[in-house]
Every structure is written in structure tokens, then in C-alpha cells.
Design a protein around this ligand. Sequence first.
Ligand SMILES: [Zn+2]
Length: 474
Amino acid sequence: MARTKRSRKRKGSRILFFAAAVLVLLLAAGLFTRVKSPMAPDASVFAPQPQAPVLHYEGELDSPALLTKAWIYGTHLNLEGQLPLAQAENVLTAQLVLYAADGQEQSWPLFYTGEGEQLRFWLSEHINGGIELETLAEGEGFLLVRVTALTGQTAADGTAVSVQTQHPLAADGTADSLPGEYYTVTKNGANRRIALTAQPLQLAGGAQPGIFLRCEAAPLPKQVYDIVIDAGHGGTDAGSLSPDGKHYEKDIVLAIALKTRDALQAQGYKVLLTRDGTEDPKTKMAYTMYDADGRVTRTVASGAKLCLSLHLNSYDGHLRDGQGGVQIYAADAMDYTFARSLSQSIADAAGSYPSTMDYYNVAPGVFCRTFTQSDSDELAAEGYEFNFEPYDIPAGTNYYYIIRETGCSVTGAYIDGRHPHYGENIYRGSRTGVETYLCELGYINLQEDLDTLLNSPESYAAGIAAAVQARFGG
Ligand SMILES: [Zn+2]
């Protein structure tokens, strides 16, 4: 008897469960999304959904704009696309709009150029420009391109008539053309997850392809980090040597890397070291960067937003005091604001100065080295020497592997396994890259630099931590 009772109860709860499930499905289908509500996370909206969510939109949309490229580099989402538009040269303004489910929107101006029947547009001229993902509010929505253009007609009062049109942004159907998911840098112990997906938009006139963006509070997965600190060299690769023959670059930068990790962790960041000094001294670290536990592989796999690779400079000739200092190497086509502040902050903390070297200089204390034609020829020659199909890497490609390969496709990563000395960068095609800086902290063969490097590693760590905090803290 007890059995009958229990089964009846179960039936009742099943009906309740069914009703709840129907409600959740209705919410998921977006049927109530026109109801104005704050952007705060809503359990029903953010609950895991077994099927692709469909976003309802009742406004009028014109022909879709096609996303041709999208990427995340460091903390920025950037994209490019094109829009078929009659008389594209008549466009006056173009914006990218994130239209949220609750009717609210955020927008960013687009760069554009009209060519006949095509409007080509892009978010930023810099690989680290576009949408700053760290500042995105929680919520969800889809991407629109909003354009105003002259019609060619004149109003009665003599003014030119313009018209505004809105176009859903659509991917070309290949999901891997979108960057992967993004976790914000840890702030007050919390993180948000941001994902872009190709999803249908439910419109009055039927479904249309669209791109859906969701930003929600989420715990940082175990394997995801905020910042990578890469102590250069290691193992049999000792790096440069001090003039007295007593100090190797690999040891000095390791001491600074350990202090930097401590300083950043004290500020609440989750930090990954690519090596911590426990590595086998016989390991050939000049060639292991693309191994499963190699510095490039581990850096990209960590999903970090920032990687700082610590090195020391050396110079064959004689250096006078004032000819050393701090050099921050960054990728090409970047906004160098952070690189400049990093260079100045390290110099200030260590009682040093941003290097005034002319070579490769792109901003105060900031440098960028790219392949010259002779670098490209030299790389190709290695193919003949080591018997593999020579690389054909264009001049202008980022030169330093730690910057190029951790930035993945954004910075021109190309290591595909053909060279017998190296493995393969399995992330080279990824559209999500780590923003990496190669930090030459000082000159090992200039006594004034070497003294501080040896005696005060914590000052370099403090300078790095201050620059990171100025960018991510607050
Ligand atoms: Zn080095």
C-alpha cells in the first residue's frame, strides 16, 4: 500500500516537472525575451540548454552582413566583414551593435570602405583592438551591423536624405571560423565566460543565420589561467653569460619569474610558470617549446590573456652606462599602450630606464622585430639544409617565436612540424591568441644593469605586477 501511495506521489511530481520543463523551454525559445528586464543573469536564460538557443527579434532587418574573420588576441575581440550594399561609397556611418535579448544594446564604431556594391568593414586597425572583453556586461545578444547612407535624394529644404539599415552579422557556416570561449581575468576571485556561436535568429519573416554572444558569470576551469610568466631558456639552453663568467641568463630570469609569480598571486591572479627550476638540467629547452609540456603549448593551452617572457639582453661590443635598460618586444600592428606602461613600470621599479636603442623601436621602450627578406631567405635555406620543404614566410611576419606562436593565427604562427628540430605548434591555426611580450629586462654585460638584476629581482617583479594591476585591477 505504501507502494501505491509513493507511486502516486511520483506521478504528481512528474507532472510538476513536465510543467516546469515546458516553461524552461518557452523561456529558452526566447518567447519572453521582449519583456524588459535588467541585464543581471537569469537562471532560466543561463541554464545549460541542450539545443541551440533562438533569439527573438521583432524589428526589421535587412540583408545579412558576412563575417570574414574574427579573432581574440589578449583581452580583445576583433572582427572584419563585408556587406553587399548598392552604392557602398555613399555610407556615412557604420557601427557594430550587440543587441541584447532585453532590447538593450551596446555599439562600437566600425572602420569601413565602400567599393562598388561591397562595404568592407573592420573593428580596429590593431590586432589588440576592438571589443574589450574584460568590460563586457553579463548578458546575451546577437551582432548587427548598422549603417547610415545617403540615398542620393534631396529633401524639400535642400538637405541630403540619408537612410539607416540594420544587418544581422552572419558567419559563413564554419563554426571554427569563430574564436574559442574566453574567460575574463580573475577579479575579486570571480570570472566571466564569453562565448560566440553561430546561431539562427528567429525573425518575423523566418529564421536567419546570426552570431550570438553570451557573457555569464562562471568559475575559472582548472586548466585556465590569467597570466603566464615564461622564464626564458632553461635546461641545456643557458642563454647569455655575464662577462665574469659567473651568471647565466636562465638563472637570473628564473629568480625574477618566481618573484613575479608571487607578486601577481598576491594580487589575486592565477599564474602559470612555463618552468619553475625543477626541470631536468639536461633537457634541451631550445627545441622543446612545441612538446606537450613545452612553453608554447602550455602557454596557449592555459587560455591566458597575457604572457610575459623574461629575458636578458647582451651586446657583443662595449656598452656605456645609459645604453642598457628595459626593452619590451611586442607583435606587429598593435596598440602599444600596455607595452609602453610595462616598460616604464619595470624601469621605474628597478631604478633603470626604457632602452633608447633605435633598432626595431616603435614606441618609447617598445620594440617590434619582423622578418626581413633576408630572414625569410635564411629560413627557406634551412629547408635545403635539413631536407624539408622550405618555409615560405613573407617578410613582415613576427620574428620572435614566443610572440608569434603563442598569438596563434593572429600573429602569423606557422610551425607545422616540417623542421626536424622542432615539433608542431598544434594551435597555429587558432583564432584565439595569447598577448605575449618578450621582456628584455636589462643587459647582462652592462654592470649597472647586472647589479640590479642580481641583487634586486623583486624590483623587476614589482614593476611587472604594477603594470598588470594598472591594466586589470581596480
Ligand atoms: Zn634570452
